[in-house]
Design a protein around this ligand. Structure first.
Ligand code: F6P
Length: 556
């Protein structure tokens, strides 16, 4: 594949960037009253304002040229046709099929219609959710289930936790389902703490692992099984364990019944799997209707992604704005800032989505990509983040692009909280864009009556350069539908960027080597203290292993 930087579309953007480098957004706003209208898009209640980016209509048109030159439309067609676009694993990436309406026309992954199995999955999820929520699913001692422990990690954990947090009613009793606990860390403290408050006869475990070989998940699942069997005997596993996995053999070896197993197909990537039975906790906690609404929102964004022209296509625009910020403005990080406490899991969720998908320096053919790819994603809900890292966003030496995400309506109505929350969101985006000149800073200090000798020392620190790019994504409210739209928006945005950079967003080879090495080191450190280390390591790892073994020898 030709180097990206040598393509005419990239060169045109580079020349444009050099010409427009001195431009300040406050001047762009001053010069054009229609800027907000020009640089915003709405799709069924989800609204994207990208006017506070360092772009002009010419920038956008050159970015669209880039999307065309990289054949975003062709790749989108291939993805939706279920072609094996995950080339290193020879698989389709057809997670969109999971959110199709049930009467949808056939959709093929590698030539095979997947809709019959999607329909069967949805029915099974509904049936299981109903029996558990109604109390008809009873455990080994005949009692109804009141707690569900979901064991999984990465894509088999982040989605269901994030969505259930986002949609949970303010009063948990109103949800009507079992209490949910998520176990994702192999640090035994997490599972021990969760199990401590639970009763084996009313607890159900979901072991969610596409491969069913992920060490952390299987270790936690074994601990859970031992806890259950210890209290209720081996037969109890049949009534207290559900699996979601693509590895039926390993599930059966573990002892989970086929009836209690939900399939996960190889055309669904882990970080794109919240729409599958990996999302079962959402249906258990909030009801299958809520889960179906979430799917409908995702499907709505799929339709938009598929049908809208590139220059009015929200995922395309969000992806291109990201490329502009990362590759031309030099923003290597992206802050995800939901002004909604329910969306506190979103930064972590999107971190995996973006960084595991596009954190690659080789293109899909194995050649180096000659530009930066996935940004470092971090974030926290507003207003907590403001009191933690916003200093660096406003005045730090690095440029950090931000996505602000806010609901116009709150799920609670206490006092002035929501207006204050939204005022903070609006103020931050404006401050980041406008900045504050020396004159303005001076006038503000004079207004505050700050003595002139203090003013001198403080003045440079009160100047804000501004011109810092932000997107604002707002919805009337983040309900199941708009949340589905939002997650699908980011999935397609990541896809668009992958196409631009030429990387395969659906594999994750980078995680594998660390996993293999951890398995080897585990056998070494769990040997009797004093044993010879079998694997060759550097002196740092050897030194740390020796220290660990010496410590083990001392501790009972
Ligand atoms: O370690 C990376 C990863 O493979 C992710 O891609 C995946 O979401 C996670 O581990 C969990 O994998 P599994 O569902 O197979 O347990």
């Amino acid at each position: 594949m030709a180097s990206l930087q040598s393509t005419p579309a990239w060169k045109a953007l580079k020349a444009h960037h050099e010409k427009s480098a001195g431009q300040h957004m406050r001047d762009l706003f001053a010069a054009d009253e229609t800027r907000f209208k020009t640089f915003s898009l709405n799709r069924g209640g989800l609204f994207l304002d990208y006017s506070k980016n360092r772009v002009t209509t010419q920038t956008m048109s050159l970015l669209i040229d880039l999307a065309k030159a990289r054949d975003v439309e062709g790749w989108r067609r291939c993805m939706l046709a279920g072609e094996p676009i995950n080339t290193t694993e020879d698989r389709a990436a057809l997670h969109v099929a999971l959110r199709n309406p049930l009467d949808h026309a056939p959709m093929k992954a590698m030539g095979k219609d997947v809709m019959p199995e999607v329909r069967a999955l949805r029915k099974k999820m509904r049936d299981v959710a109903e029996v558990i929520r109604s109390g008809a699913w009873t455990g080994a001692t005949g009692k109804a289930i009141d707690a569900v422990v979901h064991i999984g990690t990465g894509g088999s954990h982040l989605g269901p936790e994030m969505v259930t947090q986002a949609l949970a009613p303010i009063r948990p009793s109103e949800a009507g389902g079992p209490a949910l606990h998520f176990i994702s860390n192999v640090d035994g403290v997490q599972i021990a703490t969760a199990l401590d408050g639970l009763s084996p006869d009313t607890t159900l475990f979901i072991v969610a692992s596409k491969t069913f070989t992920t060490e952390e998940t299987i270790t936690n699942a074994r601990t859970a099984k031992a806890w259950l069997v210890d209290a209720l005997g081996a037969d109890a596993v049949a009534k207290h364990f559900i699996a979601v996995s693509g590895n039926a053999e390993a599930v059966s070896e573990f002892g989970i019944m086929p009836d209690n197993t939900f399939d996960l197909w190889d055309w669904v990537g882990g970080r794109y799997s919240v729409w599958s039975a990996i999302g079962l906790p959402i249906a258990l906690a909030l009801g299958m209707d809520v889960f179906e609404e979430f799917l409908a929102g995702g499907h709505d964004m799929d339709r938009h992604f598929q049908d809208a022209p590139l220059d009015a296509n929200m995922p395309v625009i969000l992806g291109l704005i990201g490329v502009w910020s990362i590759n031309f403005l030099g923003s290597r990080s992206l802050a995800i800032l939901p002004y909604d406490e329910g969306l506190r899991g979103l930064p972590n969720y999107l971190r995996q989505l973006e960084m595991e998908s596009n954190g690659k320096a080789l293109d899909s053919k194995g050649h180096p990509v000659d530009v930066d790819t996935a940004p470092v994603i971090f974030g926290d809900p507003g207003t907590r983040g403001q009191h933690s890292f916003f200093q660096a966003l406003h005045q730090g030496g690095q440029l950090i692009a931000c996505d602000f995400i806010a609901p116009l309506e709150s799920r609670h109505t206490t006092g002035t909280h929501h207006d204050r929350l939204l005022a903070s969101f609006l103020a931050q985006t404006e401050a980041l864009m406008e900045g504050r000149t020396e004159l303005e800073a001076f006038a503000a200090m004079a207004d505050q009556g700050i003595p002139s000798e203090e003013m001198k020392g403080q003045l440079p620190h009160r100047i804000f350069e501004g011109n810092r790019p932000t997107n604002s994504i707002v919805a009337d409210r983040f309900d199941a539908f708009t949340l589905g739209q939002l997650i699908a928006l980011y999935e397609h945005k990541v896809f668009v960027q992958a196409v631009i950079w030429g990387v395969n967003p659906f594999d994750q080879w980078g995680v594998e080597w660390g996993k293999e090495l951890a398995a080897q080191i585990f056998t070494e450190i769990s040997d009797a203290p004093g044993d010879i280390v079998a694997q060759e390591h550097c002196s740092s790892t050897l030194g740390l292993i020796a220290r660990l073994k010496a410590h083990k020898a001392k501790t009972p």
